[in-house]
Design a protein around this ligand. Structure first.
Ligand SMILES: [Zn+2]
Length: 312
């Protein structure tokens, strides 16, 4: 399962990674936690109906969900889903699925696991999966295994400082990568600099990308600024972790060279070691589908990505 800010996606996945059935629904705007939960269950049942399986056929339920969350308990308060505040997602899924194993982790963690299991980072040992979207999130696979950190919060690249004293971030600190490079924050900066969306279009990241691609100078500068901040953060990550590959997902990664040139330039300027120059930085294809696979891998490939049997 994948619970994102704008879509819910589910899949029934075999141990070899083959998808037997999928479900997908747009996120409904509701304040009611129960309506949101039933939408997720309906989405799961759709995938199960397509795959022609029942609860008894399942090995467990893996879920990637927006944070913050208490982990491994899976009590979630996704920033983009106001209906869920301290919602006991893991406990509710356990109840619903007849006490099958249920594993809930951050959506960015599900994405890096999917990329490492069957995506563009397959075969690599040290991977950072990065998402630049409404927020900036990340997950880490180190020495071939999902890296959780002490409280499940490892990989929060969005809150690395890239501009000391810079804009205030949603987390309360200043100059975080997310405060500069996330869609809403890049848009805010562009608006201050005099950008405005064309008539009838929203002032959002998608419109910012579109106007930049059409040659709007302020929008181009905003994307350059965002890409450059991401490159700076990645240079620090490369030095700290000796990574082999970074996968980048999110709307700005579709902005072509405007974003990528700035990212690569700033990465090169800020990473001096030859080993860091070997790092591959690639676009993440179909991140939502990959994150659904990653969530399944929490259950199906526990040797590398599982944690339910671990003592904490
Ligand atoms: Zn922050």
């Amino acid at each position: 399962m994948y619970v994102g800010g704008s879509k819910l996606a589910t899949a029934v996945v075999r141990a070899d990674g083959r998808v037997l059935g999928r479900g997908r629904v747009e996120v409904l705007r509701t304040e009611d936690p129960e309506s949101f939960f039933s939408a997720l269950l309906t989405c799961a049942r759709t995938a199960m109906a397509v795959a022609d399986v029942t609860y008894a056929d399942l090995a467990g339920v893996g879920c990637g969900c927006g944070g913050p969350m208490i982990w491994p308990e899976g009590v979630v308060s996704p920033l983009n889903i106001p209906a869920w505040r301290d919602f006991p997602l893991r406990a509710r899924l356990t109840e619903e699925f007849g006490r099958l194993p249920v594993a809930v982790h951050n959506d960015a963690v599900a994405l890096v696991v999917g990329e490492h299991w069957l995506g563009s980072a397959a075969g690599y040992q040290n991977v950072l999966g990065l998402t630049v979207s409404t927020g900036v999130g990340g997950g880490l696979v180190l020495d071939g295994r999902l890296f959780h950190g002490s409280t499940g919060n490892a990989g929060h690249i969005g809150h690395m400082t890239v501009e000391p004293g810079g804009p205030v971030c949603g987390c309360g600190a200043r100059g975080c990568l997310e405060a500069i490079a996330s869609g809403p924050n890049a848009v805010r900066r562009a608006l201050v600099d005099g950008w405005s969306p064309p008539l009838g279009m929203d002032a959002d990241g998608r419109t910012l990308v579109q106007t930049a691609l059409n040659g709007n100078r302020i929008a181009m500068r905003a994307l350059d600024h965002a890409g450059s901040a991401v490159g700076t953060a990645l240079a620090s990550c490369a030095s700290l972790l000796d990574l082999q590959i970074v996968t980048v997902a999110g709307g700005f990664s579709l902005a072509g060279e405007l974003f990528w040139d700035a990212l690569r330039r700033s990465f090169a300027e800020n990473s001096a070691f030859p080993f860091a120059h070997e790092l591959r930085i690639v676009h993440s294809n179909e991140p939502r589908e990959i994150a659904v696979l990653g969530a399944a891998a929490f259950i199906l490939a526990t040797d590398r990505y599982g944690w339910l049997d671990r003592a904490w």
